[in-house]
Design a protein around this ligand. Structure first.
Ligand SMILES: *Cc1c(COP(=O)(O)O)cnc(C)c1O
Length: 382
């Protein structure tokens, strides 16, 4: 089976992990800091915090921005569950902004319309979470302008997008947001097995996130309400979690960061091959690449039409091609329907979902495999 995505682990990745296993630290040692330094240096952000997964990263991002009961969070329905779930984990309310039918990202027009309406009704969001779907950046400059006008915070869900760029600058620089989060799940661009990170340029947010990552505990005398009782002493000053990542994982992450550019370049080479193979096939809509953005190409979703999607999907699976669908619109999950969302709430995301198939996309795909996928897809269309 050719999967839709998979990790690439080199001998140097393996050596880095073994070295850490033989060192003094398995968790919270030098590799965590080294990985965080590599992330912020790549992204040109001031702070980075590595955590156990991107769902935890989203949860800490929202908490650090004081999202809680009574807050309203808006995101895209074309995302993985966590983006919305993390808002509910904070006790906040969630709402969805429909996508642009061309980029499959949150539509700026739909956002403007929804903000105008919410403004009249006195129920503006506290936080908007654009998702850089498939690795292509949302229109962050526009969303940032709106955040100033309407007074909301921004977290970029860049789980798909490390190694991508927006207006020639690395995604994760947080120029247009308060916090950016990444995922390092094996199907994503680089991996630490499970893992995630938060990037920010705001020292207060960094301190809050660091505190909440480890139980809300501090050993910093300045943060205590009375003098320390000795070297053993710590205080719990907030309700936090154990969202730490291990040194073993960060050793892998650090080694993978050295290969990030190579990974993204290889993904672009796969995209170029698909594009030339589908160039004269009208029934296959390939992912649009915005000129503002250099995508990390986490996914390669093509649209084949509502009527034929299931049949084509089944033929490809039967041909040992592990195609997938990203995403079933979050607002139509049974849990979210119980909150009042319904079919037709985000028609663009729903239409896109019914017609989409994610073709295999990862650095190690060979030319033969790419041609095989394209041939089987063309056969299935006829
Ligand atoms: C994968 C993913 C997440 C969650 O990542 P985990 O590291 O698995 O928790 C969040 N948002 C998006 C858009 C994702 O694709």
């Amino acid at each position: 089976m050719i999967p839709y995505g998979r990790q690439n682990i080199s001998q140097s990745d393996i050596d880095a992990v073994i070295e850490t296993l033989q060192s003094d630290w398995l968790t919270q040692g030098p590799a965590v800091t080294a990985f965080e330094n590599a992330l912020k240096s790549h992204c040109t952000s001031q702070y980075a915090v590595a955590v156990c997964n991107a769902t935890a990263a989203l949860h800490l991002a929202y908490l650090s921005l004081e999202i809680g009961k009574g807050s309203l969070v808006w995101t895209s329905p074309n995302t993985f569950l966590s983006t919305a779930n993390a808002a509910l984990m904070c006790g906040a309310d969630i709402d969805f902004v429909d996508i642009c039918p061309k980029t499959y990202n949150m539509s700026v027009e739909a956002l403007i319309e929804k903000l105008q309406k919410a403004d009249k009704e006195g129920r503006l969001p506290s936080l908007v979470v654009p998702v850089h779907f498939a690795g292509q950046s949302c229109d962050m400059a526009e969303i940032h302008k709106l955040s100033i006008k309407y007074g909301f915070k921004i977290v970029e869900d860049a789980a798909h997008a490390i190694g991508g760029k927006y207006l020639d600058k690395p995604i994760g620089n947080c120029k247009y947001s308060d916090i950016t989060i990444f995922s390092f799940h094996p199907v994503k661009i680089i991996t630490t097995a499970e893992g995630g990170a938060l990037l920010t340029n705001n020292k207060d947010l960094f301190d809050k996130i660091s505190l909440l990552r480890t139980h809300g505990m501090t050993r910093d005398p300045e943060k205590m309400n009375k003098p320390s009782e000795g070297a053993w002493y710590y205080q719990m000053v907030d309700l936090g979690y154990n969202y730490r990542i291990t040194d073993i994982q960060c050793a892998l992450g650090l080694s993978q960061m050295k290969r990030l550019e190579e990974f993204v370049n290889k993904r672009h080479s796969v995209r170029n091959q698909y594009e030339s193979l589908f160039s004269n096939i009208e029934d296959v809509i390939v992912p649009y690449q915005s000129t503002d953005s250099y995508s990390s190409l986490h996914l390669y979703p093509v649209q084949v039409g509502k009527d034929k999607r299931k049949e084509i999907f089944d033929i490809l699976r039967a041909s040992q091609i592990g195609v997938n669908v990203h995403y079933f619109p979050v607002h139509l999950q049974p849990y979210y329907r119980r909150l009042g969302f319904y079919e037709g709430y985000c028609p663009n995301a729903e239409n896109y979902y019914h017609s989409a198939i994610s073709l295999p996309m990862y650095p190690d795909l060979t030319q033969n495999q790419i041609e095989y996928v394209a041939t089987k897809l063309k056969e299935a269309l006829t």
